[in-house]
Design a protein around this ligand. Structure first.
Ligand SMILES: C[S@@+](CC[C@H](N)C(=O)[O-])C[C@H]1O[C@@H](n2cnc3c(N)ncnc32)[C@H](O)[C@@H]1O
Length: 202
């Protein structure tokens, strides 16, 4: 019998891309992430990871800004190929066809970007997500992005919702909280339903 978790493996995600069941795709960088990236200092050349990146409009944007150490990880090759086609100069070796939970932490990242990846995971993996983000970041490194602060009802497949109080418990052991509040500049359908987070690894 298939477990609940095995339903959301690479084959599951590939099928969703191939079938066009990709309603999460914003077709461009979202305003909260753009506003955050616009105030970063490109001269610092941080190591940036975007896990569960999908078509990774964030990576394309950062690449255009001149950030040279941007890595994207995804289980599905289709969205990574889409990024490569849209941004032919994006380094191919930075396209990681890999399970986020199996990424090595030999070279820590300065910044991890969250956009509709956390909600795509089986909720039982949420504590492991927080732990793996912390493991992949240098001390003082940043996990930033957006988390749905809404209840999607009794759904059988992603996206899975949640609440601020629930999420806080996952991240508190590893991170100090800089921002953890309702985003003010969300895409219209997500307005009032997502948290902007900016957490610093302890
Ligand atoms: C809901 S989509 C979001 C994609 C993208 N972040 C966006 O906002 O358009 C979730 C993505 O996470 C990927 N994914 C799911 N589980 C993963 C895992 N364990 N490791 C890496 N990627 C994973 C899926 O293939 C899919 O592209």
């Amino acid at each position: 019998m298939k477990s609940f978790f095995s339903d959301f493996d690479a084959a599951y995600w590939r099928e969703r891309y191939v079938a066009g069941r990709d309603g999460w795709d914003a077709h461009g960088i979202t305003p909260p992430l753009r506003a955050y990236f616009d105030q970063l200092d490109v001269s610092q050349q941080p190591r940036i990871l975007i896990p569960g990146a999908g078509r990774a409009y964030e990576a394309e944007y950062l690449h255009q800004m001149g950030f040279e150490h941007v890595f994207v990880a995804d289980l599905a090759p289709e969205p990574l190929a889409d990024l490569a086609a849209r941004a032919p100069t994006f380094p191919k070796e930075h396209l990681l066809l890999a399970d986020f939970f199996a990424l090595p932490n030999e070279q820590p990242y300065d910044l991890i970007v969250e956009q509709t990846f956390f909600c795509a995971l089986n909720p039982v993996l949420r504590p492991a997500y927080a732990k793996q983000c912390a493991a992949l970041l240098r001390p003082g490194g940043t996990l930033m992005g957006l988390l749905f602060d809404t209840d999607f009802g009794p759904v059988q497949e992603p996206p899975f919702g949640g609440s601020k109080a629930e999420y806080r418990a996952y991240f508190a052991p590893y991170f100090n909280f800089r921002h953890f509040e309702t985003a003010t500049n969300s895409l219209k359908p997500r307005q009032g339903r997502e948290l902007f987070i900016c957490l610093k690894k302890k």
